[in-house]
Every structure is written in C-alpha cells, then in structure tokens.
Ligand binder design. Structure first.
Ligand code: NI
Length: 137
C-alpha cells in the first residue's frame, strides 16, 4: 500500500503591517494590540512553509515538483506581499486585520487553486522565530 507523503517548501518575505480594528476607538486598539497598533507600522521577516500532502506519482516519485511549488508560491504570495505594507499596498487586507492568522488564511486561499485538487495543503507562517501559526485549510 502506498501512503501519503508531505512535501514542504519554505519561502521568505518581508512586510510591514499594523494591527487595528476600525470599529474600536484608539484606546481599545492600543489596549488589545499594544505595540502592534502603533500608527506608523512595523515590519516582520515572515517565514512561510507550505506543506503539500498526497500520494507520490508512480512515474516521478514526486508528490509535487518542488520547483513548481516554489514558482507558484513566488507568483501568488511573494510577488504580492514581499516588501509591501500589507494594510496599504495590497487589496487583500483592506478590510482584514493582517494578523499572522489572517495572513495564513489569505495565503492558503491564494495557493489552493494552484495546487492539484487531489493534494491537501497546510500553511505554516512564522511572524517571529517564536510566534507562528498553522492553517490546515
Ligand atoms: Ni506585527
């Protein structure tokens, strides 16, 4: 019996953001988000790992060609987010607070249509070396 295997590709991007809920006043935003609410934004070095799980192809032995996966991540995610202000420079977070959680969900939704439907994907996003989120889709 052939079992599923997970292949993982890690990419990197830098981006600025500010956490802010427009439905709250400044005091509430500051209380909830702390320094992440400072008005002039701040940056993170994001580490993104995309995990693709499926049955290895009998011909190639690959679950998915890592070069193809890398190209898809670059086209859909890195080219859109790298060196951007997430709040201001992308439409993706105009109405969505750019927390690591929400960024992971957005990345999943950008990538999902590009990955073959018979494979599952999971997003792991490090905002700092100690803080990271996982989104299994
Ligand atoms: Ni932050």
């Amino acid at each position: 019996m052939i079992h599923p295997v997970t292949v993982c590709r890690t990419e990197h991007f830098n981006a600025a953001h500010r956490l802010h809920n427009p439905d709250w006043d400044d005091a509430m935003n500051s209380q909830v988000f702390g320094k992440c609410n400072l008005p002039h934004y701040h940056g993170h070095n994001y580490e993104l790992t995309v995990k693709v799980t499926g049955i290895p192809d009998p011909g190639t032995g690959y679950v998915m060609d890592m070069k193809v996966l890398s190209d898809i991540i670059r086209e859909e995610v890195i080219d859109r987010l790298d060196h951007r202000n997430l709040n201001l420079d992308t439409e993706l977070f105009r109405q969505l607070n750019p927390t690591a959680e929400n960024i992971a969900v957005v990345i999943h939704d950008l990538l999902r249509p590009r990955i073959p439907a018979d494979k599952s994907i999971k997003i792991v996003l490090y905002e700092t070396p100690r803080n990271f989120v996982e989104y299994p889709g």
